[in-house]
Design a protein around this ligand. Sequence first.
Ligand code: HAM
Length: 456
Amino acid sequence: MPRKKTIKTVVSPKKTEEKPKKPIQLLRGMKDTLPEIQDVWDYVRNEVEGLAQDYSYSRIDTPVLEETNLFTRSVGENTDIVEKEMFSFIDKGGDHVSLRPEGTAGIARAYIEHGMLNQPQPVRLYYWGPFFRYDRPQAGRYRQFHQFGFEAIGDAQPIIDAQLIVMCFSLYRKIGLPVIIQINSVGCKNCRKEYEQLLIDYLTPRKKFLCEDCKRRMQKNSLRILDCKNPECRELIQDAPQLVDHLDEECKNHFVKVLEYLDETEVAYNLNPYLVRGLDYYTKTTFEIYLEGKENDSQAVLGGGGRYDDLIELLGGRPTPACGFASGIERLALSIREKEIIVPTAPKPDVFIAQLGESAKKKALKLVEELRQKKMKVSCNFSKDGLKNQLSLASRLGVKFSLILGQKEILDRTVLIRDMESGSQEVVDFNRVYDELKKKIEKIQPIIQNNHRIGG
Ligand code: HAM
């Protein structure tokens, strides 16, 4: 018998099969601050806010985007920040704008723009927020990072400098980080001009030993050569004339006074004649904060600041002395993790509500809201249906009590209160849930509130 011919149908693959889309990733140098690290940030934020309150500093928030000229004029045209690190662009209206690389310039602008000169001086301001520098990313150095900062505007006295240093030193101490301050004076524009000539006279015959960056700096920003990290430049600088030896009378007296005040306090500091900092607006005092034992690691600088007596005038205001500092929050968070500092954790929920079945789900949705309005911290997970799953989630959250609502409870108008530690359960009338729960929570409250965990 002839066999039936079977016709094979060949399914041809789709011609234009779509490639799976590549997931979009973070931009280089950017960082997500994930929920796991938020309690470390909250810890720092609380301490910063406490410090601001103690010393009467008011919060200010300025925009992240400003006219580029603001930074060119204040931070300085020939600084690394302005030359290489700004995120600058022309906006749709044709304006040259930049993401702020630091906070002092914006605050000086706001001080002038809002006539803060007419308020009692000094005007004390503090801030917390994101900043942007298009730098080579590495540990502790990001393209978007966060700073908090304190600025005291309108007082020329050296005690202001000393107090700001005391404030940041004690803040780090309180957080649990042993720090050391490095301090210097860069004088005013008059003594600096004379000194710069001396420095150039010293460096010119030795120019060939300088790195390419410093050769360029000799023309435009010779002071920055003092804190170049290149070993050959550092060696050369060891024998160069020192700026502190060439301060005029007023700048010298100011510096001596700042040190005298600091000697009255617990602040641990070292004189560093090479500390000029990377921003042009500084006059007189400059300082940086280092973790003890990491004094030579420039990537580990936790914060820095100084006096900037010419800045407000440079930006179009009346001559107004000022002083301040800022700290990097990511670096602080890294140090808290490295040192395994115990930070307070977010408070745990008071109760978990577990439900079984559609009508229990409806009831639970309402109960969550009712308890929350009575100031209870409630947790639940409507994506999970099984009781076992829900209770194991409650255990993982560290909740002391769970409320269980099933078909039976809905019919009886009751709820089961389960003690998560002992496993014992109690049936209570639906209308008595809040009172019964409150009683149980109050009994163990002092134990629940003492939650802490190791940073990071
Ligand atoms: P600054 O030294 O340029 O000073 O920055 C202060 C701190 O911000 C640094 O010590 C560091 O902890 C952190 N920081 C800077 N750049 C980065 C980065 N790319 N990634 C992570 N952290 C970074 C100022 O900004 C001045 N406005 C401080 C000041 C306030 N002076 C007077 N008042």
